[in-house]
Design a protein. Structure first.
Length: 156
C-alpha cells in the first residue's frame, strides 16, 4: 500500500504494518500472576513459548538481530535444557540493558540467581521426591526474568 507521507516534503512512502516495524513499542508487559498460572497449569510447557517471546522481545529492546524460531526449536529438541540456558542468557542481556540505561545503579545480580535457581531445579528434578521443589525453583527463575523485562519496559 502506498501512501503520501505526512511531512511537508510531499514524498511518497510505502506504509508498513505496525507488526513489521522493529521497536520496543511492540514488546508487551506481561502480568506475573498470569505467567505463574500458565507455567503451573501447563507444568512448565509454557516455558517453550515464553523463551520464544523473550527472544523476540530482547531483539526489539536491544536492537540486535534475534531468531526466536531457532530458540524455540533448540529448546524443544533439547527437552528444555537449552531453554534454561537461554533463560540465563536473556537475564544477562536484560541486566546489561538495564546497566546501560541506568549506569549509576549497581549491576543486577539477576543472572546469578537465574543460574543458581535453574541448576538447583535440574538437580532436584533428578529425584521424584524433590520434583515439586524443582517446579517451584524453575517457576521462580522464569518469573524473575519476566519481572526484569517488565522493569525495562517501565523504564522506557
Amino acid at each position: 500500500m502506498i501512501e503520501r507521507a505526512n511531512d511537508q516534503s510531499e514524498e511518497w512512502s510505502i506504509a508498513m504494518p505496525a507488526s513489521m516495524t522493529a521497536s520496543s513499542s511492540n514488546v508487551e508487559r506481561r502480568d506475573l500472576i498470569t505467567l505463574t498460572l500458565l507455567l503451573t497449569v501447563t507444568l512448565g510447557l509454557y516455558s517453550f513459548y515464553l523463551v520464544y517471546l523473550w527472544a523476540k522481545d530482547l531483539g526489539q529492546l536491544s536492537g540486535k538481530e534475534q531468531n526466536p524460531g531457532t530458540v524455540l526449536l533448540v529448546s524443544i529438541l533439547t527437552l528444555g535444557i537449552a531453554a534454561l540456558v537461554y533463560e540465563y542468557l536473556f537475564a544477562s542481556e536484560a541486566a546489561t540493558l538495564e546497566q546501560q540505561r541506568f549506569p549509576k545503579q549497581t549491576p543486577s545480580p539477576l543472572p546469578n540467581w537465574i543460574l543458581i535457581l535453574n541448576c538447583a531445579s535440574v538437580l532436584c528434578s533428578l529425584t521424584v521426591v524433590l520434583m515439586p521443589l524443582a517446579m517451584i525453583l524453575g517457576l521462580t527463575a522464569s518469573v524473575l526474568v519476566q519481572a526484569q523485562f517488565n522493569r525495562l519496559l517501565d523504564a522506557k
